[in-house]
Design a protein around this ligand. Structure first.
Ligand SMILES: Nc1ncnc2c1ncn2[C@@H]1O[C@H](COP(=O)(O)OP(=O)(O)OP(=O)(O)O)[C@@H](O)[C@H]1O
Length: 389
């Protein structure tokens, strides 16, 4: 949908911010521009809505050269979200969100009704409608920024480090919210960040830029992690790209042990019988409630049926939804070295030890090596839901 063709930007002082950049940014997807400070990310983004004019090259949206379009109409067809939200301080939250519909000539009533609808969509309480931006937290202001950008239902959303100024927990929530909204609306989103983790979490495709605004690599996150184009990209990805790559491996085929899972009302003799024949009988068993949900670990020999004596199981992972990275993380943090696998409603499906998970990782890589034309390390299994990377 957005075609950046051989675009350069040289500022008046001679700085070359972008150098012969070409990128095809598809519809219904999130394309992330990432790279070190000063590599031309913001300049690239702003050339799309003509806040900055390129020195050479062409940018087309749906085949139309943006240079030939009236700048106001062009900008209204693209939502724009920036760091710290950039809200109008003297306008209420509702009127902030209603800004573009009002500019488009909607009646006050219609624009406000649309704004109220969007507040709900981005997870803002109705009560906030009459407040002013200074009466909201940073994270809430960012939600208003996203709602304002979406108000006129533009097909394109340009986002420049929108979540950089909030703390990591709020940031994670905003990323998940963006993915949820994108799942419903399917915009063409161009998202600038300097944070590789953020890029991997939300990007369908990632363009890594190097200083001087040159493209180092343009690829899907799993491809980037498994086959960085050169040392610059590899260094930018960081030292733990192997672990990060596990985010793209599904837990769907992970072998689960069900023999060490018992409901709280199970006969204690039965538990002892089922576990004593095994060499690993010193290992604990997982006790579930009668609803099948996990309660905690116990040593089978010492189990007296009292839920109060169980060792907390920490966090579980959802089979099929969570990645092997999540499963491995749960196992590493588990007091028993085993991760608890649950289904979508939180009922236990089994447990998986670190060795089992490591074997699944090896198998997934071998499967991939056998089928991949490039022989890259990670399989192209349908990736798990992004929010769980
Ligand atoms: N108006 C300007 N005049 C001259 N040079 C500029 C101007 N705006 C940006 N630059 C320079 O162009 C280069 C690219 O800047 P840009 O803001 O696009 O980078 P960025 O990748 O978004 O950086 P950051 O991550 O730090 O926001 C930088 O070297 C910057 O100093």
């Amino acid at each position: 949908m957005i075609a950046i063709e051989d675009v350069s930007k040289r500022y008046a002082d001679g700085t070359v911010a972008v150098d012969r950049l070409s990128l095809q940014i598809p519809n219904h997807s999130i394309t992330v521009l990432v790279g070190p400070s000063g590599c031309g990310k913001t300049t690239t983004l702003r050339m799309i809505n003509r806040m900055i004019e390129p020195s050479s090259g062409t940018i087309r949206v749906d085949g139309q050269d943006v240079q030939r379009q009236p700048v106001n109409a062009l900008r209204r067809s693209m939502g724009y979200v920036i760091q710290n939200a950039g809200l109008f301080q003297h306008r209420t939250i509702l009127d902030n969100i209603a800004t573009v519909p009002r500019l488009l000539g909607w009646s006050k009533q219609r624009a406000r009704a649309r704004a109220a609808e969007l507040m709900e969509r981005v997870g803002l309480d109705k009560d906030m409608a009459r407040r002013y931006p200074y009466q909201l937290s940073g994270g809430q202001q960012q939600r208003v920024g996203v709602a304002r950008a979406l108000a006129a239902d533009p097909p394109i959303l340009l986002m420049d480090e929108p979540f950089s100024a909030v703390d990591p927990v709020v940031r994670r929530g905003l990323q998940e919210e963006l993915l949820r909204i994108q799942g419903e609306l399917g915009k063409a989103i161009v998202f600038v960040t300097h944070d590789m983790d953020e890029a991997i979490t939300i990007g369908d495709r990632i363009a890594v830029l190097r200083k001087g605004g040159r493209l180092a690599q343009f690829a899907a996150p799993d491809e980037l992690l498994s086959s960085p184009a050169d040392e610059f990209v590899e260094e930018f990805l960081g030292g733990d790209r192997g672990i990060r790559g596990l985010s793209f491996l599904s837990t769907r085929d992970l072998e689960l042990d069900r023999s060490r899972v018992f409901p709280i009302d199970a006969d204690r003799q039965r538990i002892a019988r089922a576990t004593s024949a095994r060499p690993a009988d010193a290992q604990p068993v997982l006790v579930t409630g009668i609803d099948g949900k996990p309660l905690g670990w116990t040593d089978p020999a010492a189990w007296n049926g009292d839920a109060g004596t169980l060792t907390p199981y920490g966090q579980s992972f959802e089979v099929g939804r969570d990645s092997l990275r999540v499963a491995l993380d749960r196992a590493v943090l588990s007091p028993t070295g085993h991760a608890v696998a649950v289904d979508g409603s939180g009922r236990v499906l089994g447990i998986a030890g670190q060795e089992t998970i490591a074997a699944a990782i090896r198998a997934a890589r071998q499967r991939h090596a056998a089928t991949s034309p490039q022989g890259t390390e990670y399989p192209q299994d349908p990736p798990p839901v992004k929010a769980t990377r």
